[in-house]
Design a protein around this ligand. Structure first.
Ligand code: EPU
Length: 419
């Protein structure tokens, strides 16, 4: 097994540049096949999920190239296949964006039930509801998502919850549908807005992305474009929390500060100094954090994807913090690993009571999902001594060059294959 070895206890100091947004790009790449002329994406993070999407595109008969410097070229002119291969679909959640994209492009999309992090049941009923309202025959039988329609027609869709995945799938299917589609109770996450901006750059007519009512005016065809992906909101947050957790001083660059407001507010409440600039945020911390209460919510609330790194920070708070996870029912599994490093925590269903300790101890821990990986690496950076973090493949799914970035801030992290 590969491990990340961390010799912790050093404050992070310096400047770091954030990569392009994972949860934006994993939807933008499938959406790119709506254009029959080539698309060039910029600021794409070269992470495992993106490599899987490239393999899916190639399996579907498209050309997909990654010529370096965060560029990703897609030419789907010769695409011929409507079925995403099983072994690729199960490797990530976002593979199901191909279902709506293939439906819009070819009238049929078949995607084996998507994989992704095991953090809850992760149903797909709202995606099925959206595609079905647009006139598709949909099913999720026999372990696959199947959507078929000779013609898609705009409709009014009320989502039961502001699901990121269902909002994006419905958007992708609606842009080439006939007439107007209205998505009510839509998700408002920055990555949803970025997918809409990308589709608009190709000629789509989407209004209201970023609010809870999105209107799509169907167009006949889309043309390729050159598009720059937004910075990763969760990598930004991870770096901000890491600066605070190591009592460091870090300028996090190439970010959109307004995307970080929920986290910034909690860091300030915990005693951090946070300075915002046009496209950068500086986080400084000198003492142990004060305890805070965090409740995860859809954007603009506190993101569930930062709940785990935040718990690492709060493990050394000067009192008891409460974290309430409202989005995913099984997103506390990693706390058992943090307990091995000295965290004091009681879990009552979706509520974690974290009683701060003066410091964490180094240890050998296993990552249970992507953001748990970030939390454990942060814990390793905080604890004085050597920590080994195993199951690193989860981290590679979503963080570009994590070790290099932390090392550039003065950490001592290395990837090792034997212990
Ligand atoms: N939900 C339903 N029915 C649906 C869809 C969702 O009930 O049809 C529920 C879910 O059970 C959950 C809530 O709605 O309770 C939110 O799910 P959502 O659909 O918004 O999440 P997702 O699209 O599966 C994306 C991100 C996650 C992130 C969540 C919440 C991608 C590829 N994944 O997942 O990111 O946690 O939104 O913001 O965009 C990660 O990056 O580590 C990650 C897990």
């Amino acid at each position: 097994m590969q491990y990340i070895r961390i010799r912790g206890g050093k404050p992070l100091e310096g400047e770091i540049t954030i990569s392009g947004g994972k949860n934006a790009v994993v939807a933008i790449i499938p959406a790119a096949i709506l254009s029959q002329t080539p698309v060039m994406l910029e600021n794409v993070p070269y992470i495992e999920d993106v490599f899987v999407l490239r393999d899916i595109l190639v399996a579907l008969g498209a050309k997909a190239e990654m010529p370096g410097h965060g560029r990703f070229y897609i030419d789907s002119t010769c695409m011929h296949n409507s079925r995403v291969p099983d072994e690729l679909a199960v490797r990530m959640r976002a593979s199901y964006y191909f279902c709506s994209a293939l439906l819009a492009r070819f009238g049929e999309g078949i995607v084996p039930m998507p994989g992704g992090c095991a953090i809850g049941t992760r149903p797909v009923d709202q995606t099925l509801k959206g595609l079905s309202a647009l006139g598709a025959e949909v099913s999720s039988d026999f372990g696959q998502l199947h959507a078929k329609a000779s013609r898609l027609k705009g409709a009014e869709i009320f989502l039961d919850c502001p699901s990121v995945g269902a909002t994006i799938n419905t958007l992708i299917a609606a842009v080439l549908a006939e007439g107007q589609t209205t998505i009510v109770n839509a998700g408002r996450e920055p990555h949803i807005v970025d997918v809409a901006s990308f589709l608009n750059s190709m000629g789509a007519q989407i209004k209201g992305a970023g609010t809870d009512v999105i209107r799509v005016y169907g167009v006949k065809a889309l043309r390729g474009s050159s598009y720059t992906v937004i910075p990763d909101q969760i990598e930004t947050g991870t770096m901000m929390i890491a600066a605070a957790a190591t009592k460091g001083n870090v300028l996090v660059k190439d970010v959109i500060p307004t995307h970080m407001e929920a986290l910034t507010a909690k860091l300030v409440e915990a005693g951090c100094q946070v300075d915002e600039y046009t496209d950068a945020i500086r986080v400084r911390m000198q003492a142990r954090p004060k305890p805070v209460h965090v409740t995860t919510l859809p954007y603009p609330g506190f993101p569930t994807d930062l709940q785990q790194p935040m718990a690492a920070l709060l493990s050394v708070a000067t009192g008891t913090s409460i974290i309430t996870e409202t989005i995913f029912e099984s997103r506390f599994k990693y706390l058992a690993e943090l307990q091995r490093m000295g965290m004091r925590v009681n879990i009552l269903d979706r509520v974690a009571l974290i009683e701060g300790v003066p410091q964490l101890m180094p240890g050998r821990v296993l990552v249970t999902d992507l953001r748990a990986g970030a939390a454990l690496v942060l814990a390793g950076l905080m604890a004085e001594g050597e920590t080994l973090v195993g199951n690193t493949h989860y981290i590679d799914r979503g963080y570009e060059n994590m070790e290099q970035k932390f090392n550039a801030l003065g950490a001592d992290i290395a990837r090792i294959s034997e212990v």
